[in-house]
Design a protein around this ligand. Sequence first.
Ligand code: PMT
Length: 218
Amino acid sequence: FVAKRLAGCKVVLTAGPTFEAIDPVRGITNISSGKMGYALARACAQAGAEVVLVSGPVALPVPVGVRCVPVAGARDMRAAVLAALPGAQVFISVAAVADYRPLEVAPHKMKKKDDVLTLALTQNPDILAEVAALPDAPFCVGFAAESQDLDAYAENKRSKKRLPLLVGNLVQDGMGAEDNLIVLYDDAGRHPLPRASKSELARSVVEHLASMLATVVR
Ligand code: PMT
């Protein structure tokens, strides 16, 4: 396979969900299992890269040869990514980062009171948008998880964040599952891949990424 095509390359990835605390025992999260991000981290390490995986809370073993930085909320994830970035040529943003977090975190367990409870939310930082806009930005690979109109939303996310490569998928096709159905989007167009295990897909993404990197003069 990808015979050490990423040798000498440092890759930072995010994976899994984020967990945004409401009080000491509750929080907002999502159904990302981390499987896609961990498979990519493993494939990058197998391709010879130095890999730092910034991971939200998941129940997966850390792949061999990968340094894992566990985090909870989007703001912790952002800080860990920025700390890991120096020297990185590639950033792959697989995490399902919560767009919003509770405006306030209750210091003690909240008590049941009224029939309706309203939770005020505030926007989280967009980690990928921030990294892609850095003056010395690494080669950024984004993901888009949609429940409909994949092509339109994915292309829109790629152009808004000015990403050379984006991986699109429908949540019903693979979020939380062992396999997935993905489409790669780059300047050359859309490249649909056949349904496969996340490990196989990760190897295909790494092949595509390595070919693109080979043409980028850095
Ligand atoms: O973990 P699995 O169960 O294996 O499922 C894999 C997956 C479905 C989570 C994965 O394939 C995937 O699509 N990940 C991206 C999920 C997502 O949140 O997409 P988005 O369209 O909301 O975000 C677009 C991009 O911006 C993503 O690269 C995301 O990591 C990034 N982002 C989003 C919001 C935010 N505040 N910061 C970010 O960095």
